[in-house]
Design a protein around this ligand. Sequence first.
Ligand SMILES: Nc1ccn([C@@H]2O[C@H](COP(=O)(O)OP(=O)(O)OP(=O)(O)O)[C@@H](O)[C@H]2O)c(=O)n1
Ligand SMILES: C[C@](O)(CO)[C@H](O)COP(=O)(O)O
Length: 226
Amino acid sequence: MKYYAIIVAGGSGARMQSAVPKQFLLLNGLPVLMYTIQAFRQSSVMPDIVLVLPASYHNYWQQLCTDHGFNIPHLLVAGGETRFHSVKNGLDQIPDNNSLIAVHDAVRPLTSQHIIETSYHHAEKHGNAVTAVKSRDSVRQLINHTSVSLLRDQVYLVQTPQTFKASLLRKAYEQPYNAKFTDDASVVEQYGIEIHLTEGDHQNIKITFPEDIAIAELLLNLKPLA
Ligand SMILES: Nc1ccn([C@@H]2O[C@H](COP(=O)(O)OP(=O)(O)OP(=O)(O)O)[C@@H](O)[C@H]2O)c(=O)n1
Ligand SMILES: C[C@](O)(CO)[C@H](O)COP(=O)(O)O
């Protein structure tokens, strides 16, 4: 079995409001994206890495790699209009159908080797594996303007990596784009497949807002990735 990781970094990071997209911001002196790629490379699975980046930032990234002596091999692919289109561009570069493909947000640099390895192993067994954590807060849902409490043990917050048999992911991504496709699980579920959840970690945060940079640095300093 061959293993791939599509690292999606094709976004502009509008909510971060930084001068460069958040995937390039520094955590303790190293760009976010380098932590993310390192985490996959250091896992026992050692997947081939496909990095999806806005075409306008390819030169910028290559310069960053030179500046930081970053030499983990990866294939560079142009990003798309939405995350869905970026994943599709990455998928187009993986002809091998007898493989497992993990899709991971570039801006989740605190993912662990354990999460990554669990994701590939469960996808091998079940066809798909979607990383998620149980809600630690009480949860309410608005129904007709009235909030109703939900059983929080039944509410999961979805993270990445999300890993799939390549043939399944490819078929699912042939569907027309739908605005409700916020992740890969929603695309594969729409294709008619039951989603299998695997345990993530509350520290596997997605860097979205300015304060997330300080939180990520704090977490990195508290606990090196394992
Ligand atoms: N056209 C896009 C949009 C998003 N992503 C990637 O999908 C991941 C999760 O998306 P999000 O956190 O929303 O990133 P942005 O779209 O960059 O942020 P924002 O919504 O604030 O603009 C990120 O790694 C982002 O780079 C992508 O590859 N291509
Ligand atoms: C894929 C994801 O990170 C899972 O939590 C999330 O859906 C991305 O959402 P965003 O709106 O692109 O931040």
